[in-house]
Design a protein around this ligand. Structure first.
Ligand code: TMP
Length: 255
């Protein structure tokens, strides 16, 4: 098979040129990083599970009218997506205090927030993705005021929907990160659509009954059982990969 042109390589995914113009192939790796690449590891089978979980969630979001880059899954580790111009922001939505919010503001992890809180981080690995305000975003031209409004409205709709989706399978959605892109439909009209992924890499998910962590914090904090936790999220969503064992060499984390 002809080698496809690689368009971009991130920490957990690779993007290749797609089969037709305006499309890309998104490949999910087993690599895991934390703390801006200071901690590195491999979670065997993660890419396969995340490909499925992100597919499932994006399909459900498409069904309620949230535009996403997802087109279709191609194989165990790849999905076809629409090519977008990524807005260089990580949009974090928080429902319960955890992680950097708890550290920064001294609020105990697990404290319910009075309302959902939205934060923006400038996507720049060299700078460690610093938090920014709307003022920075518009002043430096990363997005317009209208685009920020669209992103915020979409993020809050996604939050409401995902809270319910996860609640139904005994999982609390603590917080998560989204990325959006500009998509030109028929080369004229531009729309903001959801891009990247929604997976246990990009969310905090706690078991409703026990508060046990079912996300990348298990890797960040060396809690063990990382692959099992991701698999359990997939199992509860009803989407364990059919070929399972062949690509799941066992739930190991290698540092
Ligand atoms: P934080 O508490 O570390 O700021 O993370 C908030 C949420 O965003 C959490 O669900 C993890 C996710 N996240 C990413 O997906 N990528 C990142 O680079 C960071 C820092 C957080």
């Amino acid at each position: 098979m002809a080698r496809r042109r690689q368009v971009y390589e991130g920490k957990a995914k690779v993007l290749f040129e797609g089969p037709e113009p305006g499309t890309l192939v998104q490949y999910f790796k087993d690599d895991a990083t934390a703390f801006n690449n200071q901690k590195k590891g491999v979670i065997v089978g993660k890419g396969v599970i995340n490909n499925r979980i992100s597919e499932y969630i994006m399909m459900r979001l498409n069904e309620i009218g949230i535009p996403t880059h997802f087109v279709r899954r191609l194989n165990m580790r790849e999905q076809l997506v629409r090519e977008v111009e990524i807005i260089p922001l990580e949009v974090v939505v928080r429902n319960v205090a955890a992680g950097s919010l708890s550290t920064r503001l001294g609020i105990e992890e697990g404290t319910a927030l009075p309302r959902s809180i939205l934060e923006f981080y400038y996507k720049n690995d060299k700078l460690g993705d610093p938090m920014v305000s709307e003022e920075h975003i518009t002043a430096f031209g990363w997005a317009s005021t209208q685009e920020i409004d669209d992103v915020m409205a979409l993020a809050l709709r996604i939050n409401d929907f995902l809270i319910g989706l996860f609640l139904g399978i005994g999982i609390r959605l603590i917080d998560f990160k989204l990325e959006f892109g500009r998509y030109w439909e028929n080369n004229d009209e531009m729309r903001i659509i959801l891009a990247d992924e929604i997976t246990p890499d990009s969310c905090r998910l706690w078991d409703s009954a026990t508060n046990e962590k079912m996300d990348k914090d298990r890797f960040r904090r060396d809690l063990g059982g990382v692959a099992e936790a991701y698999q359990e999220v997939a199992r509860r969503l009803g989407i364990l990969p059919e070929a399972g064992p062949r690509d799941f060499k066992g739930p190991t984390v290698m540092q």
